[in-house]
Design a protein around this ligand. Structure first.
Ligand code: ATP
Ligand code: MG
Length: 426
């Protein structure tokens, strides 16, 4: 089996070998290459100690010396980024000591054996190494599991999950990203160890959940519920109803001509969280997403989408514009794409009975095409115009502007200085 290593990775492995050490590309990059996917980053595992790695390469960063990791910086060789420095994590073969906190080993020991290093890794498909000299090193039948589409722990699953509870989430996340099945014993062990998720930080939980939701199979989020993990994700998570999201993916993905076009399939985080929380009140969504330590932009957008996806909008341009005011034009387009995707799912059909996403889409295009006023900033009259017309400063000014906006929402041609001043400023 041959893997096309990037030139820089060949260089790193070659330099380590020339200095008398062993070195291999390892983990995710080997897995993804064998699957014909483009690896995000390339990690190297080596018999050289961190100090030795630092002596061999000119530019390095001490990423995690205690755990054996040094980042080697090399110039990119091709593509747009040409000439820019790119980092490659080079980690010394290691064996993890005892895990006492259910997350991190107390100690790590370096080892001269590649197979020992592979043994500490989480899943068989992540426990393969490759270099051009030796080909694939696959001590735990990772290729077999890769072919069969199986997530299986290296060694005893119960033991592996009790060492590090993050692996519980990683099992579900890789399953979603690769569309793989969690092997029977591994899945049984997941169920046995869900409580250990309490030891995992919210940030790490969120990172895994976000990768799961942004994968090709976000409906796998249902697995967190089925396996009993949901109540450990964050407060309120187990109250969610992920079946709408599942329905969308299962029924629409291939059949609905709009679906691949709509923005929903793009792996934008806020769209995926919006779809997960669909139907929830904005405040409740924000609270839950804040618990997950998401960034403010994702929180705001996802909470708005979650609220409005099951919010009935009548077939009427004025009503549509009232909803448009709650969000940016981009988010509105995404909301309509989402409504199109969700139409036909059980909850949408109940909550939005009679709504026609296609009509909304036409109205939206019409508002855009005619450049109709929607936001306060579209109003031709500003506060300064009111002052110039003799209106006293104060809250009253805001009321006048709001009344004017209401008027032009219904009748866009009323957006003229003469008309508005004559009607609203006495
Ligand atoms: P991706 O980067 O696409 O999420 P990856 O497999 O590269 O996937 P990383 O988190 O980058 O995942 O880890 C690199 C490798 O380190 C893994 O392939 C695995 O061999 C090992 N690894 C990472 N996290 C753990 C863990 N919690 N327990 C055991 N091994 C792990
Ligand atoms: Mg990686």
């Amino acid at each position: 089996m041959k893997i096309q290593l990037p030139e820089n990775v060949k260089k790193i492995i070659g330099s380590l070998e020339a200095a008398g050490f062993e070195a291999y590309a390892v983990g995710g990059c080997v897995r993804d290459s064998l699957l014909g996917r483009v690896p995000e980053d390339w990690d190297v595992t080596t018999s050289a100690k961190p100090e030795e790695v630092k002596q061999i390469f000119r530019k390095t960063v001490d990423t995690g010396i205690a755990h054996g990791t040094v980042t080697v910086l090399l110039r990119e060789q091709e593509g747009e980024e040409e000439g820019k420095l790119k980092g490659y994590e080079v980690t010394t073969y290691r064996v993890d000591g005892e895990y006492k906190d259910g997350r991190h080993p107390e100690t790590v020991t370096f080892t001269p054996s590649i197979s020992e290093d592979l043994r500490r890794r989480d899943f068989t498909i992540n426990a393969m190494a490759y270099n051009d000299r030796d080909g694939l090193v696959d001590c735990f039948a990772g290729v077999e599991d890769l072919r069969a589409g199986i997530i299986r722990c290296v060694g005893d699953a119960d033991e592996r999950f009790s060492e590090d509870a993050l692996r519980l989430l990683r099992a579900v996340r890789f399953g979603a990203q690769l569309d793989f099945t969690i092997e029977e014993k591994t899945e049984a062990a997941v169920k046995n160890h869900v409580e250990a998720l309490e030891k995992v930080s919210r940030e790490r939980i969120q990172a895994e959940l976000s990768k799961l939701l942004c994968s090709a199979n976000p409906q796998r989020v249902c697995q967190l519920f089925r396996l009993g993990m949901a109540s450990y994700i964050c407060p309120g998570f187990d109250q969610l109803y992920p079946d709408s999201l599942r329905e969308v993916w299962e029924t629409k993905q291939e059949k609905d001509p709009h679906f691949p076009m709509g923005e929903l399939p793009l792996s934008k985080k806020y769209l995926r969280y919006g779809a997960l929380l669909c139907g929830m009140e904005e405040e409740q969504s924000e609270k839950l997403l804040r618990e997950l330590k998401l960034d403010n932009d994702t929180i705001k957008k996802a909470a708005i989408l979650a609220k409005y996806v099951f919010w009935y909008i009548p077939d009427d341009r004025y009503e549509l514009k009232k909803v448009m005011q709650k969000m940016t034009p981009e988010l509105m387009r995404e909301l309509i794409a989402m409504k199109r995707a969700f139409a036909g799912t059980a909850n949408y059909d109940i909550r939005c009975y009679g709504e026609d996403p296609e009509a909304l889409c036409r109205h939206y295009d019409e508002v855009q095409r005619r450049d109709e006023p929607v936001y306060l900033s579209d109003l031709i009259i500003k506060g300064s115009d009111l002052l110039a017309a003799g209106v006293n400063p104060g809250p009253h000014m805001g009321e006048i502007l709001s009344a004017m906006l209401e008027d032009v929402l219904r009748t866009p041609v009323h957006n003229s200085i003469l008309y508005l001043l004559s009607q609203y400023v006495k």
